[in-house]
Design a protein around this ligand. Structure first.
Ligand SMILES: *Cc1c(COP(=O)(O)O)cnc(C)c1O
Length: 420
C-alpha cells in the first residue's frame, strides 16, 4: 500500500498535501512517510515471526541507504539493529538510540580507530572482508584487551549469467572473501587469540527483483557451514545481507518479503542458526520522495527541458547510473502535455532527474520524484555550493522537519583564507 496518494487530484504524503509542505518548508524537499517506513520494516518482522527459523532473527537496517537520525530512531524503537560501514555511522546509530549489541559492521576498509571505536561500543559482529582486515582486528582487539566477534563475508559466486540483475554486484571484486578461500580464513580466525568466530555473512548485490539468486547463494553458504562444522568451527548466526529490490517503474514487479524470505527460512529450519538480515533500500526507498518546483520551461527544437530546483547534487542516482525515478505532477494542470527532460540547475550535462517524460506542466508547478527514500539524501552533495535539501517526515496529519535545510554559511564555515 502506498502512503503517497492522490486526493482530489493532489498528491499527498499520508494526510498532508504536498503543496502545503512546499509552502511551509520550501523546495527542494525530501518528504518521507512514517507509516511507509514502519510498514516496510514490519513486513520483515512479520515474516520472521511467522516462521520457526525466524526465531531470534535480527533485522539490521543498512544505514548507508538513508542515515537520518529520525529514521534510525524509528527503526531502533521497533527493535531493529543496524548494518554500519564506518565509524561515523556507528556514532550516528548510537546517537539515534541503537542497541550496540544489534550492530554489525561491514565494509572493506575499516581503520584501526574504527575497529577500536566498535570494540569499545561492544557491537554484535564485525563482517570481515579480507585476510589483512582479520589480522588487523586481532591486533587491535588484543590492544583493547578484548575478543572481537567476527563473521567472514563470503562471496558465494552465484552465476551472473543466469541472474542478470546481480551481474554488476559480482563485478565488485573488492567485496568479501572468495568462496574457495573462506575455509582457510576461518581456520585462521579460529586460531587467532583475540578473534571469536560468531557467524558467516554474504551480500550478493542490490536491487534484486528476482529472489532466486538469494536461494542459490544460501545453498552455497550452507555447504560451507557444513564443512566448518565438520572441522569443529561453530557458526552461530548467518547474515544474508541486503539487496531486496523495490519497484521504481510501473512494469517492475516487486517481490513480497515473504516470497523472498520464506524459501530462505525453509532451508534454514532445524539448523539452530540465528538469522541476520541487512535490508537497506527495501526499508526506505519507497517511503520517500523528492519534492521540487519547476523554475523554467525551455522548449527546444529537438528537446523540451523542464528546469527544476532539485539537481544531481540532491538525487544522484539518475546521473550516476541512469536510474529511473517516476516523476509525477503534484497537482493537475490544464495545459498541453509535452515531452520533457527534467533537469536541474547544476552545470553538468549529466544533471538530470528524468529524460523524455510526458508532462503537462507550467513554470511554478511542483513535481514529485518518487522512490527517492534510499540512496537519495544519503548521497547528496554540496556541488555548485548548493545547500542540501530539507528533510520532512509526515506522520498522519503532521509534518516534522527531521533535518533542516543547510545554509550557505555552513558550507564554507570550515574554510580558511591564507594570511596576507
Ligand atoms: C549496501 C549494503 C546493504 C544494503 O543493500 P540494499 O540493496 O540497500 O538492501 C547491505 N549489506 C551490505 C554489506 C551493503 O554493502
Amino acid at each position: 500500500m502506498s502512503h503517497f496518494t492522490l486526493k482530489q487530484g493532489v498528491l499527498h504524503a499520508e494526510s498532508v498535501a504536498l503543496p502545503a509542505i512546499a509552502e511551509r518548508f520550501g523546495t527542494p524537499a525530501y518528504v518521507y512517510s512514517r507509516a511507509a517506513l514502519q510498514g516496510a520494516l514490519q513486513e520483515f518482522l512479520d515474516v520472521l515471526a511467522a516462521h520457526p527459523a525466524g526465531d531470534g532473527a535480527l533485522v539490521c537496517y543498512a544505514v548507508k541507504a538513508n542515515s537520518n537520525l529520525a529514521i534510525l530512531n524509528l527503526f531502533a524503537r521497533m527493535g531493529a539493529g543496524f548494518d554500519i560501514v564506518s565509524g561515523g555511522e556507528l556514532q550516528r546509530v548510537l546517537a539515534a538510540g541503537a542497541d550496540p549489541r544489534k550492530v554489525v559492521f561491514s565494509g572493506v576498509g575499516k581503520t584501526a580507530n574504527e575497529m577500536k571505536q566498535a570494540l569499545d561500543a561492544d557491537i554484535l559482529c564485525f563482517n570481515i572482508e579480507s585476510p589483512a582486515e582479520l589480522e588487523r582486528l586481532n591486533e587491535v582487539a588484543g590492544q583493547c584487551g578484548r575478543q572481537a566477534p567476527v563473521s567472514l563475508r563470503v562471496n558465494p559466486n552465484v552465476d551472473p549469467k543466469t541472474h542478470p540483475y546481480i551481474s554488476t554486484g559480482l563485478k565488485e571484486a573488492k567485496f568479501g572473501v572468495a568462496y574457495d578461500d573462506a575455509l582457510a580464513l576461518y581456520r585462521r580466525a579460529a586460531a587467532l587469540p583475540h578473534i571469536e568466530v560468531a557467524g558467516i555473512d554474504c551480500h550478493i548485490g542490490s536491487q534484486l527483483l528476482d529472489p532466486s539468486p538469494f536461494v542459490e547463494a544460501l545453498d552455497r553458504i550452507l555447504a560451507l557451514i557444513d564443512q566448518l562444522t565438520a572441522e569443529g568451527i561453530r557458526i552461530h548466526h548467518i547474515d544474508l545481507g541486503g539487496g531486496l529490490g523495490i519497484k521504481y517503474k510501473d512494469d517492475q514487479v516487486e517481490p513480497t518479503v515473504a516470497s523472498y524470505l520464506n524459501p530462505l527460512l525453509d532451508r534454514l529450519a532445524g539448523r539452530g542458526l540465528k538469522v541476520v538480515l541487512e535490508p537497506g533500500r527495501r526499508l526506505v526507498g519507497n517511503a520517500g520522495l523528492l519534492l521540487t518546483r519547476v523554475e523554467f520551461l525551455k522548449p527546444g527544437e529537438g528537446k523540451n527541458f523542464a528546469i527544476v530546483d532539485a539537481a544531481m547534487n540532491d538525487l544522484k542516482r539518475p546521473a550516476l547510473y541512469e536510474a529511473w525515478h517516476d516523476i509525477l505532477p503534484v497537482a493537475p494542470h490544464a495545459g498541453e502535455t509535452r515531452v520533457y527532460d527534467v533537469v536541474g540547475p547544476v552545470c553538468e550535462t549529466g544533471d538530470f532527474l528524468g529524460l523524455a517524460r510526458p508532462l503537462a506542466i507550467a513554470a511554478g508547478d511542483l513535481l514529485a520524484v518518487m522512490s527517492a527514500g534510499a540512496y537519495g539524501m544519503a548521497m547528496a552533495s554540496n556541488y555548485n555550493t548548493r545547500p542540501r535539501a530539507v528533510e520532512v517526515m509526515v506522520d498522519g496529519a503532521q509534518a516534522h522537519v527531521i533535518r533542516r535545510r543547510e545554509t550557505v554559511d555552513e558550507l564554507y564555515a570550515g574554510e580558511q583564507i591564507l594570511p596576507a
